[in-house]
Design a protein around this ligand. Structure first.
Ligand SMILES: [Ca+2]
Ligand SMILES: [Ca+2]
Ligand SMILES: [Ca+2]
Length: 509
């Protein structure tokens, strides 16, 4: 894939497309289907009532539109595996039925014990709740992952399923091989009082996770709102499915088609960099020591909390400015000890709210752990994490091309597994400069990569335990080595140097 970001046509354009589709209902069904086709990647119709039997025979799906999906967050390198999936949905009074097919010349199943994420699996997601833009898996929202070990089960109730809230639903499925892949017919109960009605909309998503040449090397994903393989932790990126009573000529109009991140940023009050003025910057357009009027050095043992390997120094070997960039270089000495540098603006400058942008090129290699982040000047609300932490960019060499953005607070932090975070692919982060930014307002933290919306965290107005971000924070730039996360998969034994280049740090308010 080339780029993680997807520019969605405006809501107005979709409305126009929808109006055109809506005024030609006859055309939509002239192909003999009992419901209109999907709006690709946006919405699909659920014809009802139908009579589906979970038996591997697809004659009962005749007339129900089959939707093809070939949009991939990551694409299989093998032309005969996981290049696309097909799906159909239908319903009766009690169940939502889902048919899925994955083209796959080599079905990997049962190779990783219980870790089916590494194998060929297909999954569908439903949001039966009242909030189609929910960002957490509250009741009524489920991920149902069906893996290849279920092929030819003796009973449609005898399933190995994984996912979220999967135990809340008595899902049944017939899973079977086909000439060129595998497929299933599944049923998920709609729940009492939750039956179909013409035009009723639910959240819906389908995805095929492919093991082709390597584990998890393909991800075919239907909803265009999911540009980063994050449906598993964010129901707001599901698409939509609308019930369609067979025989009706009035086609329901989609009123809530979800919001992409850019629309959400605007709705939540983010105004971007252009609306602000530059108030502080280091362009690193000088030579030698980093400007000590702007930068302080962290203590040698500042990484001890995460069991990092390096000790931080103030020497030019570990940090210096030249050719327009600040270089932070981790070095391994002859005894295998790592030194590095961690610069911060603490006791120099801090800010409350603003737009903070850093342009950087990251170090590669197993064991590296560079970070661009912000910490509170004063622990007004108590020690970590009560006073907050803003991770604009974290990267670990063990996950090449994955950028992590996180927010830590007293009730949202990794120690209790509730941190707010997004990890997504950004290509060539170690070969090219990219910009990493956060826009911090009283209402939220809005993160950008290369000016594209990446992640956000809102002030839920419940006090400092969720939102301690109303006090001054300072900026930190560092390259750690090893540690609880960076060293999780060990260190590259041949690595003896790793450097992060920072072109500039700019603060706008
Ligand atoms: Ca059947
Ligand atoms: Ca496969
Ligand atoms: Ca520069």
């Amino acid at each position: 894939m080339n780029k993680i970001y997807f520019k969605k046509p405006s809501a107005l354009l979709w409305a126009l497309i929808w109006m055109i589709v809506s005024i030609i209902p006859a055309t939509a069904q002239d192909n003999g289907n009992i419901a209109p086709d999907q709006i690709p990647g946006v919405a699909v119709y659920i014809p009802y009532p139908v009579d589906i039997t979970l038996d591997g025979n697809l004659d009962d799906w005749e007339g129900i539109p089959v939707q093809r999906v070939d949009t991939a967050v990551s694409q299989s390198p093998d032309p005969n595996q996981n290049q696309y999936l097909d799906f159909s949905v239908a319903a009766d009074e009690d169940n939502l039925y889902v048919y899925m097919f994955s083209e796959d010349s080599n079905i990997i199943a049962g190779q990783h014990e219980g870790n089916f994420w590494n194998e060929d699996s297909m999954e569908f997601y439903v949001n039966f709740s009242d909030d189609l833009n929910a960002r957490d898996f509250s009741p009524g929202i489920a991920q149902i992952n069906i893996n290849g070990t279920n092929i030819d089960n003796s009973s449609v109730s005898d399933l190995s399923l994984s996912g979220t809230n999967v135990d809340s639903y008595a899902v049944r499925a017939k899973v079977f091989e086909t000439a060129n892949g595998w497929a299933f017919e599944a049923a998920i109960p709609l729940g009492s009082g939750n039956g179909p009605s013409h035009g009723k909309t639910i959240g819906f998503q389908v995805q095929a996770n492919g093991a082709t040449q390597q584990d998890r090397d393909s991800k075919i994903i239907w909803s265009k709102l999911d540009t980063g393989d994050e449906s598993y932790n964010n129901p707001a990126v599901f698409g939509r499915a609308m019930f369609f009573e067979i025989g009706r000529t009035d086609i329901p109009v989609l009123e809530d088609m979800g919001k992409d991140l850019g629309e959400t940023f605007i709705d939540e009050g983010a105004t971007g960099r252009a609306s602000r003025e530059l108030v502080w910057a280091d362009e690193f357009d000088y030579r030698g020591e980093p400007d000590r009027s702007k930068w302080a050095y962290a203590a040698a043992d500042a990484g001890k909390y995460n069991n990092e390997l390096q000790s931080y120094t103030t020497t030019r070997a570990n940090s210096r400015v030249r050719r327009g960039n600040l270089t932070i270089r981790a070095l391994r000495d002859d005894n295998g000890r790592w030194t590095s540098a961690r610069l911060n603006t603490q006791f120099r400058e801090d800010w409350t709210y603003g737009y903070f942008e850093i342009r950087a090129k990251l170090p590669a290699g197993l064991g590296t752990w560079p970070a661009i982040w912000m910490m509170p000047t004063n622990e007004t609300y108590g020690g970590w994490p009560s006073s907050g932490e803003i991770d604009i960019m974290e990267f670990v060499g063990l996950d090449p091309d994955i950028i992590h953005t996180s927010v830590h607070t007293e009730i949202y932090n990794h120690r209790i597994d509730t941190q707010k975070t997004r990890a997504a692919m950004v290509e060539n982060v170690c070969d090219e400069f990219h910009t990493y930014a956060v826009e911090w307002t009283p209402d939220g933290l809005f993160f950008y990569v290369d000016d594209e919306p990446f992640y956000f965290f809102l002030n839920e107005d419940s006090g400092y335990r969720a939102w301690p971000f109303d006090k001054p924070f300072y900026i930190i730039l560092n390259v750690a080595m090893g540690g609880d996360w960076g060293g999780m998969n060990g260190m590259d034994p041949d690595l003896d140097e790793a450097e992060m280049l920072v072109d500039y740090v700019r603060v706008y308010q």
